[in-house]
Design a protein around this ligand. Structure first.
Ligand SMILES: Cc1cc2nc3c(=O)[nH]c(=O)nc-3n(C[C@H](O)[C@H](O)[C@H](O)COP(=O)(O)O)c2cc1C
Length: 372
């Protein structure tokens, strides 16, 4: 617990740490993915009960401060990172749980099962997760249908917070045809998203990260921004903002190349970072699990993600959403100090629960409105 914790955050922290988390981590025989599925179903059910949402919202509390980024008004500093709610089943609940936006997905143009299980591992002593999910998802059309049922359209604030949608490449689509795959998802989802995140940084789809290379990225982002402009021809709000999510394992030179391409193609912002292939920073008791393949997230990523964000924000005026290893208010503050305009969390939320969003919501965000 941090000294800065409010009474509300302390109550949520103790409740989650001593009651809810032990109970959750024990269910489903301790199988991390089944625990995730069960919890997500509970959150989805909660979303269907406005009275229950109000009670939960009252417990978690409201953010102190909102911020406008890329023309989108976010009611608080911390959003749900991509991958937690790939198919958008909990879209109605995330606002009440204290998030200022929810990045749904990553979805792909066609539905796919992802990698064989087991593919999700909790490293408790390291406060970390290794995953090699491989974009298991119901596909872009299913997400579009679900958002229609929930009444979510771009800019209509139907669930009280902005909805971002992360898109990736279908595994069976050859890399050479990646652009068409992303375009197909963009066409379906742009009218339903407050922003679209282009995921070129998951380590779990073979070859995906090579789309961060200069030429491939320029082709992909050029096509997506052109298509977003076409889709918005009759929309007074203009094209849907497109953000690019990048890996923490890029060198400074590679980061600078990504920035050049992002500037040239008219992208509105960056999300940094995705999971890492590094295994630095694991507790000795987690070294065996560290041999599992996949991306590592959580505490071992904190410093690297912040370093990437600091480098990016020193080189660009594009807004950067900081994500990676935020487990405390101090981590969140350090990410904002590194220049992030907004925060996202995944692993921290698994280990800390609603106490984390409650704490982060007390932070003061960088108020400069940054638009290209
Ligand atoms: C189980 C799991 C699944 C994830 N799936 C996605 C995904 O589909 N798309 C994506 O962009 N990032 C995905 N991520 C990465 C997170 O969004 C985030 O960038 C990363 O975990 C670092 O943040 P954290 O340390 O707060 O978890 C996933 C992470 C985890 C742990």
């Amino acid at each position: 617990m941090t000294a800065a914790m409010s009474g509300r955050s302390r109550m949520l922290d103790v409740g989650y740490r001593t009651v809810l988390r032990p109970a959750l981590f024990r269910t489903a025989g301790g199988d991390a993915e089944r625990v995730h599925e069960r919890t997500l179903r509970m959150i989805a059910r909660l979303g269907g009960h406005p009275a229950a949402l109000r009670v939960v919202g009252g417990l978690v509390g409201r953010p102190a401060d909102g911020v406008t980024v890329a023309g989108i008004r976010f009611p608080g500093p911390v959003g749900l990172a991509a991958g937690m709610d790939k198919n958008g089943i909990g879209v109605q609940a995330w606002g009440a749980l204290g998030f200022s936006h929810a990045e749904l997905g990553t979805v792909t143009a066609r539905p796919q099962p992802g990698n064989p299980r087991p593919r999700l591992f909790r490293l408790r002593d390291s406060r970390a997760i290794i995953n090699r999910m491989g974009f298991n998802n119901d596909g872009a059309q299913a997400l579009a249908d679900r958002l229609d049922t929930a009444g979510v359209r771009r800019g209509n604030n139907a669930v009280g917070i902005p909805v971002g949608i992360s898109i990736g490449k279908t595994k069976s689509t050859p890399l050479a045809e990646a652009t068409a795959d992303y375009l197909s998802s963009l066409r379906l989802l742009a009218p339903r998203a407050d922003y679209v995140a282009v995921n070129v940084s998951s380590p779990n789809t073979p070859g995906l990260r090579s789309l961060q290379d200069k030429a491939a990225l320029a082709e992909l982002l050029g096509a997506l921004t052109a298509e977003a402009r076409l889709l918005a021809a009759a929309d007074p709000a203009g094209p849907v903002p497109i953000f690019v999510k990048i890996a923490p394992d890029l060198t400074e030179t590679a980061l600078d190349e990504v920035l050049t391409v992002c500037h040239d193609s008219g992208i509105q912002g960056l999300i940094a970072t995705n999971t890492t292939l590094s295994r630095d920073g694991l507790a000795p008791s987690d070294r065996m699990l560290g041999h599992e393949s996949g991306g590592l997230s959580g505490a071992p990523l904190t410093v690297r993600a912040r370093t990437v964000v600091r480098h990016l924000t020193s080189q660009t005026t594009l807004p950067v959403i900081g994500v990676g290893g935020i487990l405390t208010a101090a981590d969140g503050q350090a990410m904002l100090d590194a220049g992030a305009s907004l925060l996202q969390v995944y692993t921290g939320y698994i280990f800390r629960g609603p106490a984390l969003t409650s704490e982060l919501n007390q932070l003061t965000v960088n108020q400069k409105e940054i638009v290209r």
